[in-house]
Structures are given as C-alpha cells and as structure tokens.
Design a protein around this ligand. Structure first.
Ligand SMILES: CC(C)(COP(=O)(O)OP(=O)(O)OC[C@H]1O[C@@H](n2cnc3c(N)ncnc32)[C@H](O)[C@@H]1OP(=O)(O)O)[C@@H](O)C(=O)NCCC(=O)NCCS
Length: 165
C-alpha cells in the first residue's frame, strides 16, 4: 500500500524585503508563505490542483525578526469530500543563539478542483498515529465551529444588507 503524503515542512530565511515599517517581518509576507505551504501540503496529499476556501483566525502571538529562519510544519488533519483541513505550525529560529519560538498556528481549508473548476473528491484520510487521531478530533471540532460561524455570518450579512444608506 502506498503511504499517504500528509505532512510537509518548509524553511524560509526572513530577509529585509519582508520587513514592515517597524523592521519586523510583515504579517502579509507570512500569510503568503502560509498559503503556499498549505497549498503544497494539500496538493501533494490529493495530487490535484487546490484552492484556499478558508483560513481560520490567525493570531500573530509573537513578532518574527528579519534574519530568523522560519519553519512551517504543515499536516493534513482532516478530509471531507473535496475539502482538507491543513494545520500549519510556525517556528521562528534565531540562527545565532539556536533559540526557537512557536509564533503561530493556523488552519486552512483547501478544496480540490477538477479541470473544469469544480470541487472534486479527495482520497480518504488514513488516520494512523495517536497524534493523527488527536489532530482529526480537533479538526472535527473546528469544522463545527466554522459551520456555526458561517451560519452567524449569513444572518449578519442579511442584517447588513437591510441597512439603509
Ligand atoms: C472554495 C469553493 C471551491 C467552494 O465552492 P462551493 O460552490 O461552495 O462548493 P461546495 O459547496 O461543493 O463545497 C466544496 C467544499 O468546500 C467546503 N467549503 C465551502 N465553503 C467553505 C468555507 N467558507 N469554509 C470552509 N469550507 C468551505 C465545503 O464544506 C465542501 O467541503 P466537502 O466537499 O469536504 O464537504 C469556491 O467558493 C471557490 O472557488 N472559492 C474561491 C477560492 C479562491 O479563489 N481562493 C483564493 C485563491 S486560491
């Protein structure tokens, strides 16, 4: 049986062109890299073209500095019919001191698309290790939260469109 490719790791050196006005790494630079990692992890898993459907709230817990090596650890936590939840853990490393900091974790929903641009089924996820069982259970909870939020947003959108301008 062919082993599923569920994980992907990518390291990127934070260069001065990624800095914001304060000299730290710009949030948008990190978001772009996060999206690339989530894309690669999901596409490698399902062997299809994928799009980003959603990104759960990202909290930048700590600033990332220019000169640090940032490693993105991505994993397919959960698979629906055409969608996949990819969790990404971000670790920033000071190369001079070896100090490592977990700066962010976030969760992408990626959807596999066929050649006509429609969602297409992805392989069933083989949940093997204890860690994978935990990731799967947590992803299921987040899926429920996402659906509740979508429902609340729909109500909010209706209320907003009823406003008079
Ligand atoms: C994501 C997209 C394909 C969903 O299309 P859709 O018509 O809603 O398709 P479906 O209703 O069949 O949903 C497909 C899957 O996406 C999931 N999905 C759709 N909207 C979602 C959302 N807002 N959050 C999380 N998952 C979502 C559905 O739950 C479904 O999952 P499942 O197949 O595992 O059950 C479509 O909205 C799209 O193309 N969006 C643009 C994506 C994009 O341009 N991204 C940025 C650049 S890559």
């Amino acid at each position: 049986m062919v082993k599923q490719e569920k994980s992907l790791t990518m390291s990127v050196l934070m260069t001065p062109d990624m800095a914001n006005f304060s000299g730290h790494v710009h949030g948008g630079s990190l978001l772009k890299l996060l999206d690339q990692v989530a894309y690669s992890c999901a596409a490698k898993y399902c062997k299809q073209y994928v799009v980003t459907a959603a990104l759960d709230q990202v909290f930048f817990k700590q600033q990332v500095n220019v000169g640090e090596l940032v490693t993105f650890y991505a994993h397919v936590n959960y698979v629906g019919h055409s969608s996949m939840e990819v969790g990404v853990k971000v670790v920033a490393e000071n190369l001079r001191t070896d100090d490592k900091r977990h700066t962010t974790s976030c969760y992408f929903t990626m959807v596999a698309m066929d050649d006509t641009g429609k969602p297409t089924p992805v392989p069933r996820l083989e949940v093997e290790t204890d860690d994978e069982k935990r990731y799967y259970a947590e992803a299921l909870l987040r899926k429920q939260m996402r659906q509740e939020n979508l429902h609340k947003n729909r109500i909010l959108a209706i209320e907003l469109t009823e406003e008079k301008f």
